[in-house]
Design a protein around this ligand. Structure first.
Ligand SMILES: *[C@@H]1O[C@H](CO)[C@@H](O)[C@H](O)[C@H]1NC(C)=O
Ligand SMILES: *[C@@H]1O[C@H](CO)[C@@H](O)[C@H](O)[C@H]1NC(C)=O
Ligand SMILES: CC(=O)N[C@H]1CO[C@H](CO)[C@@H](O)[C@@H]1O
Length: 447
């Protein structure tokens, strides 16, 4: 109790100390956007509070703050934000451990959490990276409310099932998959880890998840649905929403795919859809000749390049070379131009967790056809009150959807595009800030 009272006295004099746990706060990815926009939300709603970030970054404060401003458009006054530098960084890196990586990393994060607590005991603890093993430390030792934002569960029930069914996943650890004793031991290890993960996860007072997929998995392993809230991460769609279509009557009807050239993106499905489309249009060759599939994406390495070559071969095999165009590693300006000169967007990946690329195409004003699974089905494409896009799963279904898009009247198309553009506001920074404050405010006020 003494800790609590001392904290209370200080708080009344100086305002809340809000600490974010985000070891790599300067990384500049989607997770960091969540961190910085959340900081902005807290400072806007509770201007007297002071922000602390637990970090292992070595860059100086000014560099990090400048990056936050340039990249995420979040301007924070230096006197409102302090960095608490942690030194036990090695403990949370996967490469430090050769065995029991998940468990060791998690225990490592507890040491890092202890270091954090010893350096600063906050009034509110917010984890934006998913290191759940730090929550009991802050809940019980620091006695402060714990808030977390989860992008991805550390372990899922599906992982446990995979071991059980001895599926050789990722690293082809086939010795383990083939040997029943090893399978059993690994299963026990996952079970124990899953149980521990549940115990520490339930130490959070408020859990935010970044989408329906994560929500389902977190509910599976933590089982606190009343404390779990879906808060979509902030996406930056304002600029895309300003784009105006430059498609002319005489232009080809371009169907755009924006996806890295990786196997799971399932580009072959798009080519098969085009093949089916030609079958549907045997009697309307003029229309068929106008429709072009444009595949835009980046290649990270040689394997990706090989994939592109295979796709080109497949296109030739299906006699589609006149109808498919590849745009590899295009600069952003070219992508913007393609957004403006395309009519529809296509997405084919099965069970994508979310699909930021689809959101961006919708914001850019394209009629979208996405795979009927995962994020597009659960979070992104809506069919009511107004339809915001199409869903498909089989090549022929895609082909019919393309025909439907082509056949839309100008008025219907305009309505659908407008509805789609309005609907992506659910994923904007403004909505994120509102939801973040709505969900966490009671803890700030009560503390
Ligand atoms: C949630 O985070 C995961 C992991 O970064 C990502 O794959 C997924 O697309 C995200 N979901 C949303 C709704 O952004
Ligand atoms: C992966 O496992 C399969 C089946 O056990 C085996 O045929 C293959 O050689 C393995 N690959 C590697 C790289 O170990
Ligand atoms: C990340 C990892 O553990 N990779 C291992 C996968 O398995 C091969 C042998 O089959 C090892 O060489 C890798 O180090």
């Amino acid at each position: 109790m003494r800790v609590k009272e001392r904290k209370k006295e200080r708080r009344e004099k100086e305002g809340l100390n809000v600490a974010f746990f985000h070891p790599y706060c300067n990384a500049g990815g989607g997770g960091e956007r969540v961190l910085w926009v959340a900081i902005k939300a807290v400072l806007t709603r509770f201007p007297s509070s002071t922000i602390y970030i637990y970090t292992v970054e070595t860059a100086d404060s000014k560099t990090i703050l400048d990056k936050a401003q340039n990249q995420f458009n979040v301007l924070v006054k230096p006197e409102k934000l302090h960095f608490v530098r942690l030194s036990t960084q090695k403990l949370i890196e996967a490469k430090t451990y050769s065995y029991f990586t998940l468990l060791m990393q998690s225990l490592g994060s507890m040491v890092l959490g202890m270091e954090a607590l010893l350096k600063l005991n906050p009034d509110i603890f917010i984890d934006t990276t998913g290191f759940a093993f730090t929550y009991p430390i802050f809940r019980y030792l620091a006695q402060c409310p714990v808030i977390c934002y989860i992008h991805y569960p550390t372990i899922t029930a599906a992982m446990m099932r995979r071991v059980k069914h001895r599926i050789v996943a990722y690293n082809n650890s086939s010795i383990i998959a083939r040997n029943p004793l090893f399978t059993w031991l690994k299963l026990i290890y996952y079970k124990i880890f899953g149980w521990l993960y549940g115990v520490v996860g339930r130490c959070a007072d408020v859990v935010m998840v970044n989408g329906t997929w994560t929500e389902e998995h977190i509910n599976d392993v933590w089982g606190v649905p009343y404390a779990t809230h879906k808060v979509y991460p902030p996406c930056d769609v304002t600029e895309l929403k300003k784009l105006r279509s430059l498609v002319k009557e005489s232009d080809p009807i371009r169907i755009l795919s924006v996806a890295q050239f990786r196997p799971e993106k399932d580009h072959p499905l798009m080519l098969q859809a085009m093949y089916e489309l030609r079958n549907l249009l045997v009697k309307n060759e003029m229309l068929w000749n106008k429709i072009k599939l444009v595949l835009v994406g980046s290649c990270r390495n040689r394997e990706d390049e090989e994939l592109v070559q295979n796709l080109k071969d497949l296109a030739r095999h299906l006699s589609l070379e006149e109808s498919v165009q590849f745009v590899v590693n295009a600069p952003y300006a070219r992508l913007l131009q393609l957004y403006q000169t395309s009519t529809a967007a296509i997405h084919a990946m099965w069970n994508e967790h979310f699909g930021i690329g689809i959101v961006e195409c919708m914001a850019a004003g394209l009629v979208t056809i996405a795979h009927r699974s995962g994020g597009p089905l659960l979070d992104i494409i809506q069919s009511s009150p107004v339809r915001t896009g199409f869903l498909a799963a089989e090549p022929e279904e895609y082909a019919r959807a393309i025909l439907e898009v082509v056949a839309l009247s100008t008025e219907d198309r305009r309505k659908m595009i407008e509805a789609a553009r309005d609907s992506v506001d659910r994923f904007s920074s403004v909505e994120f800030e509102k939801a973040f404050i709505r969900v966490t405010e009671p803890l700030f006020v009560m503390t």
